[in-house]
Each structure stands twice: as C-alpha cells, then as structure tokens.
Design a protein. Structure first.
Lengths: 619, 403
C-alpha cells in the first residue's frame, strides 16, 4: 500500500512539467489552430535560461525568481516568434504553419548550441529542498512534493483566467469560432499573440521547473515533444482540464508500467493514446471540430489538368538528361541521384495522401521504413532472392497501411494526424524492441541487391525506372475517376456521398495505395544502402517528407517531387557548413513567409501574374 | 555536371587505379582519409574526439607524415543518420580520393558504414562504436574496431562484481541494443564466475527518457545486494539524483559502465556518486609514460583537459598512420592486410588489432569513484588490458560470418 502511494506521488510529480508544457500547446492550438512543433524548443529554452539565471541569482529567492523570469523570457521569445514568423502565414493553407514552427526548431537548436555549448547542464538543486520526506516510510523527494503542490495553483489560475475574465471569454470564443470573434470586432492579431505568449511562458515554466530533477540538454526539445502531443491529444486539443487529466493518466500509468513491465517504456503511452482515440475520437474532453473549418483556408485550388505540352517537353528533356547521367557524371553523382529519386517517390506518395486526399499523415515513415524492413527481413531471415523481396516490400507496406488506415480514418484532422503518428511510433517501438528478429537499433545489415544490379549504374537505372514509374502512376491516378472521387471526398464529404461515392472506401484505398508507394521507396532505399535501421521509421523521417511536401506545394501535383529535389539539393550543400541547421531553419521560415503556396504553387502564381494578359481566358 | 568535372573525375579514377605508382610519382600529395561523424548531433562527444584527431595529425605531419606524405582528414557530418553516412562514405571514397574511412560514435551508423565498406571493399576503422556485432555477428574483413567493446568492459565490471561478494543483482540499462548487449554480457560473465548469482530486477528506461523516480522505486523494491548500471548522459544524472535522494545506493555496491569517463562524470559536478566501481579514464592521474605525454600535449595544445573521446580520436589517427606505414602503400588491399595483427604504440600502451576478429586490444581503466574538490574522479584505478577480456580466436570464428 505504502509503495502504491509513493508510486502515485511520483507519477503526479512527473505529471506537473508535462501538464505545464501540454496546456500551453493546447491553448495555442485551441485559439490559433497552429500545431506548434517548436513547443519543445520553448521548453528547452526555459530550462537553459533558468539555468543561467540560477547561476547569477543567489539563494532560495533567486532560485524561484529565476524560474519566474525564465518563464517570462520564454514568453517574450514566444511573442517574437508569433509576430515575426507566424503572423505572416495565418492565411496560408491548413497546417502550413507547422512547417514554419519546424524551421523555428532548427534555428533554436543551433542558437542554443552557440550560446550554451554542447555539454549537458546539470540543473541546480532547489535551495532547502534537497533530500526526502518519509511518507508511510517511503522516501519522497521534497522537491517533488513542492512541484506537486504548485501545479494545481497554476492550473487554478489558468482556469480562472479562462473562465472568469474577459480575456478568457475571448480565448474561449476564439477556440470555438475565430471568424465570428473577428467579425465581432476583436483584434485577433493581439489575441493570437497574447495566447502564443502565454503558451510559450507555460512551456518555459515547465522547462525551468524541472531543472532540479534533471537539467538542460540539447535533446530535450524532441524528448518532451512526443509525450506532450500525446497528452494534448488524449485530453482533447484545446482543453485544459483534459490536458491535466491526460498528463496524470500518462505519468501514473508510466510509473506502474516501469515497475511491472519494465520493457514497456517505449510503447505504453502510444497504446494508451490509440485506445483513448478509439473510444473517444476527439480525446477525453475534446470537441468535434466545428463547421467553421469547413472547406479549406486560403485560396481555392485550381482544378488539376494534364500538364501542358511545353511542360511535358521540359520534363522529358530533364528525364533524358537524368538517364544520360552515367555518361557524363561521376559514380557519386549517380548515388546522389538515387537518394533524391527515392526521396522524391516517398514525398510524392505522401503528397498523394495529403494533397489529393486531404489526409494529413504525421506517420508516413511507417510505410517507407515498413517497406524497407519487409524487404530486409525477407532477405536476412528467409534468404529470399532480392527480386522477390523487392516486390513483396511495397505489398507488405500497403497491407499495413490498409490496416492502420482503417483505424485512423475514424478520426479526422489533427486527431487523424496524431493517430497515424501513434501507429508509426508503435511500429517503430516494435522494430526497436524486438531485437531477435529486427536487430533492434543495430538494424539489419548486408541487404544488397542481386549481382545484376549491384553496380552503381545498374542500380541507378533500376531506381530511375521504379521511382519515375511510381511518380507517373501516382500522377495518372490523380487524373483517373478514382482521383476525382478522392478529391471530392476531400473537398466535401457530404456532397461526395450524396453523389454515391463511398468516401470511406475511397479514402482507405488511397491510404493503402500511398502506403504501397511509400513501401516501394523504402525497398529501393534498403537495397541502395545495404542496411536498414529504425531511423527509417522515426518521426523525423515522416516530418522530412511532410516538410518537403508543404514547401513544394500541397495544392500542386508536382509539389512533392519538386520539393524533394529542391530540398535534398539544398541540404546536400548546406550540410558542409557547421551551422547548417540555422541556415536551413531560416530558409524554411523564409520560404513559408515568401511562398505560402509552396515553391511550385508560388512559382505558378508568379508566372500567371507575369503573363497576366492570359488571365482573361481562364474562367 | 561540367565537362571539366568529368575530366577531373577521369583523372582521379585513373590516379586511384594507379595508386602505388602515384605514391612514388607525387610524394608531396597528402594521403586523404575520410572521417564521418555526428559532429552536430553528439557535439559534446565529437568535439573532443576531433581535437584528439587533429593533435595526432599535427604531430605526425610535423614528423614528416606517413610514407613521406602528409595525412589529411576530411571531416563530414552525417547527422547521426546511417543512410546519410553511407552516402558520404561513397562520396569520400569516389570523389574526394580518400584511401580509407573512419569515424562514428553511434553503433547503428558504424554498422551501416561497416556493411557498406564490406560490400564495396573499402577499409573502415570504426573508432568509437561499441556494439559487439560490429566485429562479430556482422563483422567483415574490411572493418576494424579500435575502442574496447561493450563485451570487454562489461567483463571487467563482472570480474569486480564477482570479487565484491554480492549475490543478488539488479540491472538498469537503456532500452536499446547497447543496453541489452551490456546487460547480457555482464550476466554471462558474472554467472561464469559466480554460478549462484541471481538477478532480481531488470529495468529498461528509454534512452534519454528515463523516469528516474519510478525506476529507483522499482529497483529499491527488489532489494538487491548490488546494482549494475548502464545508463549514461542525462539519464545517469537523473538516476544518480533520484537514487541518492531516495537512498537507493546506501549500503549497496554499484557497478556502472562508462560512468568514470570524464564525458559522463564531469557534468555531475559535486553530485557525482562515491564508491561506484566504474570503467572510465582518469587522465588527472596520468603523469608519465605515453599516457601522461598525451595528457600534457593535449592540455598544451587546447588548454583544456582531454576526454576519453580525445584519446580515442588520437589513437584512431595513430592506428591509421601505423597501418599505412606498414602497408607501404595506400592501396586498399595493402592497408587491409596491414591492419591484421597491427601493433600500435598508443597512450594506453601497446595494442594489437587481432587478425581473428579485427578488434583492437585497447583496454579500459577500472576504478572507484570519489569526490575531490567538488568533482567526481576515479581512485584506486587499474588499467585492464583488453586482450584478457576477449574470446579466443576459435570462439570468435564461430561468432563471425564465414568469409
């Protein structure tokens, strides 16, 4: 009994930091609809700034003052981010802002490294709170109890702010229908800035408050990100009580998981998330997304049309140039081309799902990595010939995508995205944990193509045919009746169903097909590198593709492919510099602000404006 | 691609094909070695490692280089991505004219480069990755490894654990391959020495995601005589704090892998645990001999204390220089053959790259942690030669894939 009590106290203490960060994220999402991936970075900044202040300010007073000041400082940084980066892109297509926040992550990572250096910093102890209290004979750290006591006060203060003040009324109104709030004459810009600042300050507070239990290090931005998203989604996006309840559930379950199933540390919270979303698709206290979000933000999309003959000629010339690469390029240029082609196919498969299907998947790496693993497992365990393994890999990925899609399609919007993320994480954990079969993080090695493909040039042509073929098929399907049905389901589910389209079936098939194509890219990847590791299933891989698709242009057919080529090329150049993340981050932010429709979309718009005379013909 | 680049490529590949001749013909040209690492992602480790390498390169080149030619390293960042590392490896070998590859801290990146090197026939010296598979289950004849592996260091701690008289053990290790290997190796070695040793709890926190309070409670609940710890970095700091506060370490012996390395001990400051048996690197006690000379040179050059990584970087360059000198050429096959049973004089003494499994006999320092002037140090330490903790040539043969 005493042990249980101690366990629960530990869980509750852990829930505190998680809650502070999560409720900030939830507030920001509720009002601005921005999925702020940089929230973990704000938490990290809170820890670093708090650490530095504690070195200067002495004693108990200095300690607590440092925590408050760190929170304020992060709030101010939040204001800067909101005004400089996000404000220009509120009108951009849905979820486009998350790409901007990803740029912010990269910038903050490098700036933190520049300012505080690479070493992990051990957090200072809270003065006078070292050691433990004995409760029923079980040792409980004093600081845990203090944090445990503080959190409800912060939660209460927030609750008061949201429910009893005018600001709170506006925030709640904006959460429900921000257009109406704007129509009633409320200055939305300042409301958004204010909420972003508050959310950031809470993240900073969480970061500074955990210092005596840990410290500050350069990985903590990503480490906190997944649990925080899980908490926000389980609680229901935009709901503060939900965030608190979910933080407690996750933390307490985790403590018991550690005791009774020590191996569960990787998967537990994702399983909880999937179960909760199966029962309540919008989280515990979440609400179904309201009709204000009907249709798409930003300009309506042009109907897709076959490429003009001029563009066809250009593409044909480009492909011919690529096909002749072995004649004039080095062996390394072929290797580089293979990498870019594979990535382009991967991005194109996500683009199919996201652009045509309107299904934002945060876990597309599951099918890319999944395909790679299917091939690798067949080769290393069953000695399957490369050709057969290569054909089975996309099928395996496609089947997995159908199964996962069937569950995920119960939800929509951000919840759908988070479910796909949860499944990708589950698959990742499975591969990571099941060392006997998958090799764990030591991966599977020596997966090389058959002799006839083993030469770089042969494999280059193989990749060229497969990747370009795959992209052409994806493009062709966009123009087929299935593609029309898919876009109809995206733009207006009700109307599509009224015309007799089984939207669920169409979307599920599209999900499976995108998975299949992702798996094809993964199979090409594993045979080009000769090995596969769980990295290919990671969230980071999903985001690579996501960013490229957004930056290339969601609403253009070529967006995924062009984005992939463009960014692989830039990355290849930037990686040679020491502070490449800073430059890359600024570049991403720059593109988001200057070209909110993506590279292809904005280019097309510019061309159209340039040849404005023709505008009259288009009706 | 421009015509001039094509011509350059043509010239370069011709030059590569005729390398032995080229050595004689152009003796002033540097010998290029490709170094791939996670300079950004693991900056705290890769920084000192690179400094150690640069120190050795400067010293060797000041002495006239190798084969009368200076050594030149091309340092490339792979972001900690295995796929990226393989691409860079290809670029270094085919475009930059590197004669061999080295680098990596993370085991998965090391394994990816190793698999690639084995397939393409490039020599790869894995400097830091610890995974046992690198030289055993996934070993190949082109991959060599410098640093003492998980198996060796766990064996050293198991020996100390057997001598301590403790019978019941609890383990805590990060939930990934390194942690699994380290616990398995420790268990095997300890059970061989103390057949009645029992393991009463196994904890597996996610790497860098430890929930230290809960882990400490779970360990305490098992009431072990001794604890074997494999966590490191921020996980270690949190574990030490919670464990210390909650009295987990009172009256228990702790055996802790790598915790004596300055990389992990220094950030703990005055909260470094006392009385733990650890593997590490007590540079502060090394005053004479080659080990002391390295510490002095390093401190003179950089005005800071060396880390274990600094010494590994230094030894990596020494090993490569020795191999090329022994090969007498920069041809791949000659370098590969030269690495087999290659003796190298290093700061830890003389080591050999065993021909049986391409693993060097670099050992580790085993000692007890203590506090001195508000910082953790190792006392009563002893250098354990790696050769004593490696399986015999016959055992290794069964572990490695047939060639």
């Amino acid at each position: 009994m005493e042990f249980f009590f101690a366990q629960i106290l530990t869980g509750l203490a852990n829930a505190s930091s998680l809650f502070l960060v999560a409720c900030g994220l939830s507030l920001i999402f509720g009002v601005t609809r921005i999925v702020n991936f940089a929230h973990g970075s704000l938490y990290m900044l809170g820890a670093y700034i708090g650490y530095s202040l504690m070195q200067v300010l002495p004693g108990g007073l200095g300690f607590w003052a440092s925590i408050l000041l760190a929170s304020v400082a992060v709030g101010i940084i939040g204001i800067l981010i909101e005004m400089l980066v996000l404000r220009p892109v509120y009108r951009a297509p849905e979820l486009f802002q998350l790409v901007a926040t990803f740029g912010v992550i990269l910038v903050i990572q490098d700036l933190t490294l520049l300012i505080w250096g690479p070493e992990d910093l051990l957090g200072p102890r809270a003065p006078g709170l070292r050691g433990v209290f004995r409760i029923f004979g079980e040792p409980i750290p004093k600081y845990d109890l203090v944090v445990l006591a503080i959190t409800p006060f912060i939660a209460l203060a927030l609750w008061y702010l949201i429910t009893k003040t005018r600001v709170g009324v506006l925030v709640r109104a904006a959460t429900q229908d921000r257009e109406m709030v704007g129509a009633l004459g409320v200055n939305q810009a300042w409301l958004f800035t204010g909420v972003f600042a508050l959310g950031s300050a809470l993240a900073g507070l969480g970061g500074a408050l955990q210092l005596p239990k840990g410290g500050a290090d350069l990985l903590m931005d990503f480490t906190i990100l997944t649990p925080v998203f899980v908490v926000v989604v389980i609680g229901g996006m935009g709901s503060l009580p939900g965030a608190y309840l979910a933080a407690v559930i996750i933390s307490v379950l985790n403590v018991f998981g550690i005791t009774y199933v020590p191996q569960s540390t990787l998967v537990l919270m994702f399983i909880v998330m999937i179960v909760v979303l199966m029962v309540r698709p919008y989280g515990i206290f979440g609400r179904e997304e309201v009709a204000g979000e009907h249709g798409q933000v930003g300009e309506p999309e042009d109907p897709i049309k076959p490429a003009s003959s001029r563009i066809r000629i250009l593409v044909a010339i480009g492909l011919a140039g690529l096909a002749l690469l072995p004649l004039y390029g080095t062996s390394f240029s072929q290797v580089l081309a293979i990498d870019i082609l594979i990535f382009a196919l991967f991005a194109a498969s996500l683009h199919f799902l996201l652009g045509l299907g309107g299904m934002v998947s945060f876990g597309h790496a599951a099918y890319y990595g999944g395909g790679a693993y299917v091939a690798a497992l067949l080769v290393s365990h069953l000695n399957t010939p490369m050709e057969l393994a290569f054909m089975l890999a996309p099928l395996g990925a496609g089947v997995a995508a159908l199964a996962i899609g069937w569950v995920c399609l119960r939800s929509t919007g951000v919840y759908f995205a988070m479910l796909t993320l949860a499944f990708a994480q589950l698959l990742w954990s499975l591969v990571f944990q099941w060392g006997d079969v998958t090799g764990g993080d030591d991966g599977l090695v020596n997966i090389w193509p058959s002799d006839w493909l083993n030469e770089t040039t042969a494999f280059f042509y193989f990749t060229l045919v497969m990747a370009v073929g795959g992209i052409v098929v994806l493009r062709h399907i966009a123009h087929s009746p299935f593609g029309y049905a898919l876009r109809a389901a995206r733009d207006s589910k009700r109307q599509a169903e009224a015309t007799g389209i089984d939207t669920h079936k169409v979307q599920l098939l599209a999900f499976g097909f995108a998975g299949l194509m992702g798996g094809l890219a993964g199979a090409l990847f594993v045979f080009s590198k000769g090995s596969v590791f769980p990295n290919e299933l990671e969230i980071a891989r999903s985001f690579d593709a996501l960013i490229v698709v957004f930056l290339g242009g969601v609403k253009t057919l070529a967006g995924g492919v062009v984005g992939a080529g463009f960014f692989k090329g830039i990355e290849e150049t930037l990686l040679r510099f020491e502070y490449w993340r800073l430059v890359m981050g600024l570049l991403i932010i720059g593109i988001v602000i200057l070209a909110p429709e993506g590279v292809v979309g904005s280019f097309r718009k510019a061309v159209r404006r340039f040849s404005g005379a023709n505008e009259g013909d288009r009706t | 691609m421009k015509r001039s680049t094509f011509l350059k490529g043509l010239v370069a590949s011709t030059a590569l094909a005729l390398t032995p001749l080229a050595v004689v013909a152009q003796s002033g040209d540097p010998i290029i070695i490709g170094e791939i690492n996670h300079y950004k992602r693991m900056a705290a480790f890769a920084g000192p490692y690179k400094q150690g390498m640069e120190l050795a390169i400067e010293q060797i080149n000041a002495d006239g280089g190798v084969l009368g030619r200076p050594l030149e390293f091309i340092f490339r960042d792979d972001q900690g991505e295995p796929g990226e590392a393989v691409k860079i490896a290809e670029e270094l070998m085919t475009r930059e004219g590197a004669v061999m590859l080295t680098g990596s801290i993370l085991s998965n990146v090391g394994l990816a480069i190793s698999s690639f090197a084995g397939e393409k026939g490039y020599v790869y010296l894995a400097s830091e990755p610890l995974a046992d598979g690198l030289v055993w289950a996934a070993g190949n004849k082109y991959t060599f490894r410098l640093r003492s592996s998980t198996h060796m260091q766990a064996g050293m701690l198991a020996e100390a654990a057997a001598a301590s008289g403790a019978k019941s053990f609890a383990t805590i290790a990060p939930n990934y391959s390194y942690g699994h290997d380290a616990v398995a190796a420790f268990k095997t070695a300890l059970t061989a020495l103390v057949p009645d040793a029992t393991f009463v709890a196994e904890q597996w926190p996610g790497v860098f995601k430890i929930d230290a309070g809960a882990e400490v409670q779970a360990l305490e609940r098992a009431k072990p005589d001794a604890i074997y710890n494999v966590t490191f970095g921020t996980d270690l700091a949190k574990f030490v704090r919670e464990g210390g506060d909650r009295g987990l370490f009172d009256g228990r012996t702790v055996f802790s892998l790598l915790s004596g390395e300055p990389e992990y001990l220094e950030p703990l400051g005055d909260e470094a645990p006392e009385g733990w048996t650890v593997t590490g690197y007590p540079w502060y006690d090394l005053n004479d001999g080659p080990g002391g000379a390295f510490v002095t040179d390093y401190q003179t050059r950089y005005d800071t204390a060396p880390r274990l990584g600094s010494m590994v970087g230094y030894m990596t360059v020494q090993s490569i220089a020795a191999a090329i000198a022994r090969a007498g050429s920069t041809e791949t096959e000659a370098i590969r053959a030269a690495f087999e049973d290659l003796p190298v004089s290093t700061p830890v003494g003389d080591i050999v790259f065993r021909a049986a499994d391409n693993q060097s006999t670099m050992g580790a320092y085993v000692g007890t942690t203590a506090l001195k002037d508000g910082a953790g140090i190792m006392v009563d330490w002893e250098y354990k030669a790696g050769a004593d903790y490696l399986p015999s040539a016959e055992e290794v043969k069964a572990l490695r894939p047939a060639e």
